[in-house]
Design a protein. Structure first.
Length: 384
């Protein structure tokens, strides 16, 4: 397939994506309230907004509230999407502070306690609320290189998943963790899909249609991943414009993957592991390239992209073997269930074959109707 027809198919596939739902998820209102000691609050504010910010922030979604003010702001606390209990370990807690944090932690809102400027409270401090201490995130030095990552991972662990994209759009400090998780998750999803679709691709009559369907599904997943990365980094929400920005990368990965998967997908069963590895590597490389673009505005140099693809393919091969082993173990454990599934697959394949046969007959009839009528020759008229 030529490069231009491949890109045309890519655009046709991308146009089918419901970008509106993703945009609504990214632009939903988000309100995080941090309650605690003033130095700890200042550190939380810095960590939440520290990082690459290529596009201007559109809203202020973090409210800082000292423990002294918390008692008068009950409605504000109850309306928050998540609460951050920010404790300065150097100051410690008085008895009234500990009681206030306990009451706040009991509110029916997601909450995370972050202990800053040390790994434990001062010896003279009252203890942390037990329920909050059990899920505390310790950030000994807010200025350390690892502090932003610790904050982001603890933040996402307690924020509902439905708000993760909106949080990345609002807070530069959590974007890198969101991007990494998104790329890893999408790469694994595409690898698992490639493995799941391997069985029908081994059937000669169905190999080519399933390989084509495979490419469409993987490309859609990649395009959604790229758009989510764009919105996470605060880019304007125009879907087509965002995809067009990284088209040199996405398009190149699509053509490369299409060639590789066509060769491997039509091979015998031994080609399943490379096929799954390619699905993982192509998705991972596309995600890394889009991440770099929306974070800094730079395209990854070709040499570095080749290196990333090579590393990703090695990881993908290992993931493929893990997935295949898990599938084999599951099949052996389920016994009769596996046989039933195989029977359903066989029935499905038979149904698809019959559908393909009927479509071919219908196509043949349409072609015959469209052919121009041939005038009978003079000899044929005489003979008649």
């Amino acid at each position: 397939m030529s490069r231009w027809s491949a890109l045309g198919n890519l655009w046709a596939t991308i146009r089918e994506i419901d970008a509106g739902a993703i945009r609504a998820e990214a632009e939903q209102p988000l309100h995080i309230v941090a309650v605690g000691h003033d130095p700890a609050l200042a550190a939380i504010d810095t960590l939440a907004h520290q990082g690459h910010n290529r596009y201007p922030l559109l809203s202020r979604s973090l409210t800082l509230l000292s423990l002294r003010e918390a008692a008068r702001q009950t409605d504000l606390l109850r309306s928050a999407d998540m609460l951050i209990l920010a404790v300065d370990s150097r100051i410690g807690l008085t008895g009234s502070d500990a009681m206030a944090l306990t009451q706040i932690d009991r509110l029916p809102r997601p909450a995370v306690l972050m202990l800053l400027f040390g790994e434990r409270l001062a010896a003279t401090s009252a203890p942390l609320p037990p329920s909050a201490a059990a899920r505390a995130v310790v950030i000994p030095d807010p200025d350390h290189n690892s502090a932003v990552r610790r904050f982001a991972e603890g933040f996402y662990e307690h924020l509902p998943a439905t708000h993760h994209l909106a949080a990345a759009r609002c807070f530069p400090g959590v974007r890198a963790v969101y991007a990494r998780r998104l790329i890893d998750s999408t790469s694994m999803t595409n690898a698992a899909y490639a493995l799941a679709s391997s069985l029908p691709e081994q059937i000669p009559i169905l190999g080519i249609p399933f390989a084509a369907a495979d490419i469409l599904v993987l490309t859609k997943n990649q395009a959604i991943m790229v758009y989510r990365l764009a919105l996470a980094y605060g880019a304007p929400p125009d879907f087509r414009q965002r995809i067009a920005e990284v088209m040199p990368v996405v398009g190149g990965a699509f053509v490369w993957r299409e060639l590789a998967r066509t060769l491997v997908g039509l091979a015998p069963v031994w080609g399943v592991v490379p096929k799954v590895g390619i699905a993982y590597a192509g998705t991972y490389a596309t995600g890394m390239a889009a991440w770099r673009w929306y974070e800094t505005g730079e395209l990854i140099p070709r040499e570095e992209l080749v290196r990333i693809v090579g590393e990703a393919q090695t990881i993908g091969m290992a993931k493929a073997r893990e997935l295949i082993e898990q599938a084999r173990s599951t099949g052996e454990a389920t016994g009769n269930t596996a046989k039933e599934m195989a029977g359903r697959v066989a029935d499905r394949v038979g149904h698809l074959v019959e559908q393909a046969r009927q479509r071919s007959h219908q196509t043949l009839r349409r072609v015959r109707h469209r052919l121009p009528l041939r005038r009978p020759s003079a000899s044929s008229n005489d003979s008649e």
